[in-house]
Write a protein that binds this ligand. Structure first.
Ligand code: SAH
Ligand code: SF4
Length: 382
């Protein structure tokens, strides 16, 4: 392919970038808004459908530009309403996007990288190693695809996607520029119009990039803590060896301070049986977080083959939750959703899976559940 045939993909351009693009082709800047609305509000990828754009400009755009999302390999819908898309990105790898409806809220869990280099010991994405960074178009393309599947309504009308969490595959802070551009589009009224409080970036703790984040954007922040001390966190989340807990919590505090409003950090804590679920871990956690205003989200471990970990019993999870709750924390337990389509946290592997592996994992999840008598829903508490 010669360079002259490479078209500019308009899907991942933020408003200023889109204006620059129209400038560069000798067109008026207001075209940016018109085209963005077609792309993001109406899910249009065909310039001919952009009826308020002149025929001459449409022809010009067709020659030099395109609106191209990642290729949808599969879309699964769970019995509980959860949806999962597997999409293929330019590098040839596949990543996953999950939509979780919950009352009036609809949360889209978006991937930022194919694979992940950080190798957390309990994460199936990490087990695959790093493959590639997604482009801004591939990150926002996941929102675009999901939104289209609900009938692409303008951002001002009731929407299916009310929240976006960067909690799919990959470490978003290690694909910084593309993730920032995509999050800007999520929040822009010409994009998806989602409030900054409802766009959340989750990180395992890339400290310098948390500080950098504050200079660019004011989205909500979630920290994947998983251990209340450095020795254990070094084992579970290896990046902790580079950026230990004290340094990490201080950077989160700095980030939250720049938000300057009543917004709190979310602490994610994946619960691993006999590893980080004991009374003494809760005691340490209470001490560790005493100067960090936060809410805590406990994520029961989602099993996958050969992980070497198990999910704690519901009783153990409840005990842990109660202990933190009594110390004054707002603690929720994340219920597993979309289990029948392998859509749970940490189970996203991003390959087109063969049926055998799928059912193996499904059974592993079921067995973990059957071992308990108390349903988790009963221990959820805000
Ligand atoms: N890389 C980022 C965001 C993606 S992971 C991060 O680590 O924060 C989203 C969340 O799912 C993280 O808190 C992660 O630790 C958690 N997770 C990973 N594997 C899991 C598993 N098998 N069971 C439960 N949660 C898991
Ligand atoms: Fe990467 Fe997050 Fe998985 Fe760790 S938990 S390996 S940072 S995706």
């Amino acid at each position: 392919m010669t360079t002259s045939t490479v078209k500019t993909n308009l899907l991942g351009l933020t408003q200023p970038e889109m204006e620059k693009f129209f400038d560069s082709i000798g067109e008026k800047r207001f075209r940016a808004g018109q085209v963005m609305k077609w792309i993001h509000h109406f899910g249009v990828d065909d310039f001919d459908a952009m009826t308020n754009v002149s025929k001459a400009l449409r022809d010009k755009l067709k020659a030099i530009a395109e609106v191209r999302g990642p290729e949808v390999v599969s879309e699964d819908i769970s019995t509980d309403g959860t949806r999962k898309w597997v999409v293929r990105v330019a590098s040839g790898s596949c990543v996953e996007t999950v939509y979780i409806p919950q009352g009036k809220r609809g949360t889209l869990c978006v991937s930022s990288q194919a694979g992940c280099a950080l190798d957390c010991s309990f994460c199936s994405t990490g087990k695959q190693g790093f493959n590639s960074n997604l482009t801004a178009a591939e990150v926002i393309g996941q929102v675009w695809i999901a939104n289209k599947s609900f009938g692409s309504v303008p951002a001002t009308v009731d929407r299916a996607i009310t929240n976006v969490v960067m909690m799919g595959m990959g470490e978003p802070l290690l694909n910084f520029d593309n993730v920032i551009s995509a999050m800007r589009l999520m929040m822009d009224d010409l994009g998806y119009g989602i409030s900054k409080r409802r766009v959340t970036l989750s990180t395992s703790g890339v400290v310098p990039m948390i500080d950098e984040l504050a200079k660019h954007i004011d989205v909500s922040l979630a920290l994947s803590l998983h251990a209340p001390n450095d020795a254990l966190r070094n084992q579970l989340v290896p990046i902790n060896k580079k950026y230990p807990l004290k340094m990490l919590l201080e950077s989160c505090q700095r980030y939250m301070a720049t938000l300057g409003e009543k917004r709190v950090l979310t602490i994610e804590y994946t619960m691993l049986k006999d590893i980080n679920d004991k009374v003494e871990h809760a005691v340490e956690m209470i001490e560790l977080l005493k100067n960090t205003p936060c809410k805590i989200n406990l994520i029961p471990f989602n099993p996958f083959p050969h992980s070497g970990y198990e999910r704690p019993s519901n009783n153990a999870i409840r005990r842990f939750q109660d202990q933190l709750h009594q110390a004054g924390y707002n603690v929720t337990v994340r219920t597993t959703r979309g289990e029948d389509i392998d859509a749970a946290c940490g189970q996203l592997v991003g390959q087109v899976m063969d049926r055998t592996r799928r059912s193996e994992r499904y059974i592993a999840g079921r067995e973990a559940k059957a071992a308990d008598d108390l349903p988790l829903i009963a221990v959820n508490r805000i």
